[in-house]
Design a protein around this ligand. Structure first.
Ligand SMILES: [Zn+2]
Length: 380
């Protein structure tokens, strides 16, 4: 079996073929809402993982693209580590004609290349190293890909949770932060729809008989906004309001859409409790609140830090200083972290421009990331 340095050298020798494979993957456009596109990409990857010796299942999904699960069986399945990714991109079919795959000054460009087809490429390279005997993971490895991460993972989530339940750790192939940093903290994201039902009345003749839903909602919004606590990393934002029919009518209905972000699961519970405990000031108004947490926070727990330190140590042997950072958005890694499974996110190839037209990766970083991730799987 190869050392991590030898592993990097081996991956480097495979780089031309890997770049061709990445090109093919970028050409297979897989927008979240394009089921035929996501399905074709899943089929392509199924063949690639099978060729490398993995056991592959395609999990059918009616509304979104299918899921893909490939399993490397080591014969010593005391532990299972998951490499987690998503098949979909934010780019509709046809984007490839406008922005074709290209390499310029060591950077590879193309729709979905950073988020996250290059991450999937790294997973394939690692699977290949298992098959060639250059890397013995000493455990089973599940390569798991959801079809709808970019639109909230509604279809993929139950499957992901079922699969992750048996795993000791999850390594998430999401894009890295600038400079190739991994993500050790993500905020949790949620939202509420706050609806007030009042009593309509003539604004001149029967003002006192009306219960003004807009006035009631306005009081509630002030109380919601005041739940913001920057020190704790809690923000509440009433971002959209609607209500009323005409200036001379006491409005019978008003509603607001509210976004919130939290740093811990405990804060999410605290905030949801406070929001649900809100009561109207005017007892004639009826308050209806829907919603809650959509993506839990990925907290920087001691288990997450331990994973990061392990990755950082391997990085040093490869001559790189692996940094860490945080982001306000969620990913599938947020879900596995919330299950209490140690999760390290942002392990994808160095690059920039996720969801942007300048989306690219640093080609030279591919063999190094593959070696880092491969060795990390081995030592867990
Ligand atoms: Zn992504």
């Amino acid at each position: 079996m190869a050392s991590v340095e030898q592993l990097e050298a081996r991956f480097r020798s495979l780089l031309p073929g890997a770049v061709d494979l990445l090109h093919a993957m970028v050409r297979l456009e897989s927008h979240s809402f394009d089921k035929p596109g996501v399905d074709a990409f899943a089929e392509f990857l199924a063949r690639e993982f099978r060729r490398r010796g993995a056991q592959v299942d395609i999990v059918p999904e009616a509304r979104r693209g299918n899921l893909l699960r490939a399993r490397w069986q080591s014969g010593a399945p005391r532990k299972v580590v998951m490499l987690l990714g998503h098949l979909d991109t934010v780019w509709p079919r046809g984007t490839i004609e406008v922005r074709p795959f290209r390499i310029e000054q060591g950077k590879a460009y193309g729709p979905g290349i950073f988020d996250m087809k290059s991450g999937i490429l790294v997973a394939l390279m690692i699977c290949q190293a298992f098959g060639e005997g250059n890397l013995d993971p000493e455990k089973d490895v599940v390569f798991f890909f959801t079809p709808d991460e970019e639109i909230g993972t509604e279809a993929g989530l139950p499957h992901l949770q079922a699969e992750a339940a048996g795993c000791q750790a999850v390594l998430c192939l999401e894009p890295s932060l600038p400079g190739g940093k991994v993500k050790t903290f993500r905020k949790g994201v949620g939202g509420f729809r706050v609806r007030v039902e009042g009593i309509a009345a003539h604004a001149g003749v029967d003002h006192e008989k009306g219960a003004n839903a807009i006035a009631e909602l306005a009081r509630l919004i002030v109380r919601l906004q005041e739940m913001t606590d920057y020190g704790r990393g809690i923000t509440v934002n009433a971002g959209k309001v609607a209500g009323g029919t005409a200036a001379n009518v006491v409005p019978a209905a008003a509603e607001a859409e509210v976004d919130f972000r939290v740093s811990t699961a405990a804060d999410a519970e605290w905030l949801e409790g406070r929001v649900r405990a809100l009561a109207p000031t005017d007892p004639r108004c009826v308050l209806r609140i829907e919603g809650g947490l959509n993506r839990p926070p990925l907290e920087r727990t001691p288990a997450v830090v331990a994973l990061y330190e392990a990755a950082r140590g391997i990085g040093r042997r490869l001559g790189m200083e692996l940094g860490e950072g945080s982001t306000g958005g969620g990913s599938d890694g947020s879900f596995t972290a919330a299950m209490g499974i140690p999760t390290l996110d942002g392990l994808g190839v160095e690059g920039d421009g996720a969801h942007a037209v300048n989306e690219h990766i640093v080609v030279d970083d591919i063999p190094r990331r593959a070696a880092l991730l491969g060795e990390l799987i081995r030592i867990l």
